[in-house]
Design a protein around this ligand. Sequence first.
Ligand SMILES: Nc1ncnc2c1ncn2[C@@H]1O[C@H](COP(=O)(O)OP(=O)(O)OP(=O)(O)O)[C@@H](O)[C@H]1O
Ligand SMILES: [Mg+2]
Length: 381
Amino acid sequence: MRNVVTRAALAVVGRREAPRPADPAALLSALPVPVVLLDGDNRFRFVNHAAEQFLGISAGQLAQQRLIDLVPADSPIFLLIAQVRQGEVTVSDHDLTLDGPRLKKPGITVQATPLPEEPGAVLLVLQDASAARALDRQLTFRSAARSVTGMAAILAHEVKNPLSGIRGAAQLLESSVAEPDRELTVLIRDEADRIRELVDRMEIFSAKPIERGAVNIHRVLEHVRRLAQSGFAAHIRFAESYDPSLPAVHGNRDQLVQVVLNLVKNAAEAITAAGVTSGEITLITAYQHGVRMAQRGSGQRLGLPLVVAVRDNGPGIPEDIRPNLFDPFVSSKPSGSGLGLALVAKIVADHGGLIEVDSRPGRTEFRLHLPVLTDDAPDAD
Ligand SMILES: Nc1ncnc2c1ncn2[C@@H]1O[C@H](COP(=O)(O)OP(=O)(O)OP(=O)(O)O)[C@@H](O)[C@H]1O
Ligand SMILES: [Mg+2]
């Protein structure tokens, strides 16, 4: 498929300027992303420079080898390749580990594409997580979710208990101090309440097993839209692009409401703060084959074909916070606590899903990839 695109692009260049069209292999070699072409027997037919570096083996040596010489036969990459040959579709797999005698690469995203004109041949595009981040496509921030979980537990113990002591002491003082000082005790009480509320919000993060079942994602989206339009987003237009045939999500309804609400709230706040006059939030659902993710614990790879996206035409995510977008307490808002997206990351990770973000001025989109409910999907986990 990529091949076709490349040739089409070359043809256009050729017509305008009539320079000698560049050799497609030279173009591929110049690409900073590792690209590998395998033939029907998984022999290396072509590798670009980035792939040589990535694999740590020269193109000359690779030409004598097959994929099986680099990674063991039970590696999930073989499954991926078989699936591509069988289905003739592009499949991407996230968080793969390529682990062989000469190769140790965790956290790799592999995109595999069949070549229609060469039966059996498969084009692999490899990316490690840092490259994916450089492309500004931020995958699930599982570590962020984990660090919040630990912190939530600490906060609950170390802050809440002393806080109730402080609040109680302030209340006692309130009845005995003179009127002018009472203002101060009330201040202590109110501030203690505020911190308590924050800690309560954090507690949602503590690792509890979630109960999951069949969730109609369109009902979730409509529920959030009604909430938003009757409150914080009353002045904003909503548009929908739904795939009505979408199957149920394997998830927890209340938590998914929370996720969509946090995303819609952020979108509305970005539009409002920037004073965008024709603010619009688009809610999107779609079915997409070929996105899979290793599951925590079991290592089993789960398909994530459901796409739920929230798009806005606000100013975009501020450049300086992008690298830590999903970390707790990262906020550009004067009164923001920076917990919204941390919670989104945590819930999506608990569902075994993925998040991607694309943002530029005038168009910001948060995309969730979620699992469907199937007969063999694990129940509560
Ligand atoms: N749709 C968006 N457009 C522009 N910036 C965004 C968008 N969504 C998130 N952000 C940026 O990401 C930051 C973090 O968002 P997050 O929801 O985690 O926290 P918050 O909204 O600041 O506070 P809280 O959600 O806890 O009230 C925001 O402060 C904002 O700068
Ligand atoms: Mg928020």
